[in-house]
Design a protein around this ligand. Sequence first.
Ligand code: AMP
Ligand code: MG
Length: 374
Amino acid sequence: MDIEQIPVLESPGRVLAEDVTADRDYPPFPRSARDGFAVRSADVPGELRVIGEVRAGEVFAGSVGPGQAVEIMTGAPVPQGADAVIMVEHVVRSGESIRTDRSAKAGDNFNPRGVEARTGETVLSAGQRLGFTEIAALALVGRQCVAVFRQPRVAILPTGDEIVEAGETPREFQIRNSNAWSLAAQVRRAGGIPALLPIARDNYESTRSGVEQGLKADLLLLSGGVSAGKYDIVERVLADLGARFFFDRVLIQPGQPLVFGCVGEKFFFGLPGNPASTMITFELFARAAMDRLSGCTEAPLPLLRAALTRDFRHKTGLTRFLPARLSEDGASVTPAAWHGSGDIPALARANAFLVAEADRESWAAGDDIRVLLK
Ligand code: AMP
Ligand code: MG
């Protein structure tokens, strides 16, 4: 897989192509986790004499002897001799002495040198996707640039005689090509580079030339033309190009006629054309393929659980994904009103999908149900 070096600040969302190691021990010194007093744990509870102070960014020159304490700030190095930090809230100060009725154990309230990472220890592994915590780790160890995998280029090929480009004015029996745009957004969010192809018409030549063009990318996503209709010819075109089909149906709705396969080294998905089908099958299947093509070692698909605000039932046999409103705290979920897989306004109003398991028919208000965030 191709690798490129990019500035760390431009790397969020990219996938790490190298292991990143600690350039020194972390923390590099025993680092106080609290504002308070560095002490010998054996001396407390009791009264101690304050012999000085150490702030973050300084080192205390002396050491803490029996009966002594050094005032210390969060982030400052714990002085020699001390083995614990007592929180300032647990101390009464009078002049040069402090008194505490708390006991302490060695190691309290500071991080010993090297507990977070030892010099040379791996802090990030190749295959991790870089988010804000990983970026912090890169900054921590002093990296300016980082090796990441090249982003997969994902061709998007809409099909359909009734489809016109989104910038055009459709005639009354035509609809705008929204799938290419929603897929482009999903591809970008999944860390890929979308390449939008012109709409293929529902005839052999047009579909074949679109597919041939699309197979030049790292991954081809087709929309439409995979149902059982007379003009659904995507599978025939792919078969003629020598495709291997891994599956051509999944037990979900929307999205049942999903097709997945490869032509030579190139993978493709034939996504069903109804907008909700296209969106859901991308999230459930194509995104995982993109994670793999991106060099990512994980392809997470987290589902939440939330309590239904009302009774809910569906027909068993297929796992259903239905637009829903998840409450702000994520605790409860309400099925949205919608008019089937073409209802884009309802999808846009929803903030999640209910996931109704194939083998369960009904849920009462208050029952937990799984939820996929959108
Ligand atoms: P198909 O899978 O080709 O049978 O398409 C199913 C339905 O999805 C069509 O009747 C269209 O209404 C709709 N559709 C197909 N392609 C698109 C697209 N690119 N954008 C929006 N809707 C589409
Ligand atoms: Mg069609």
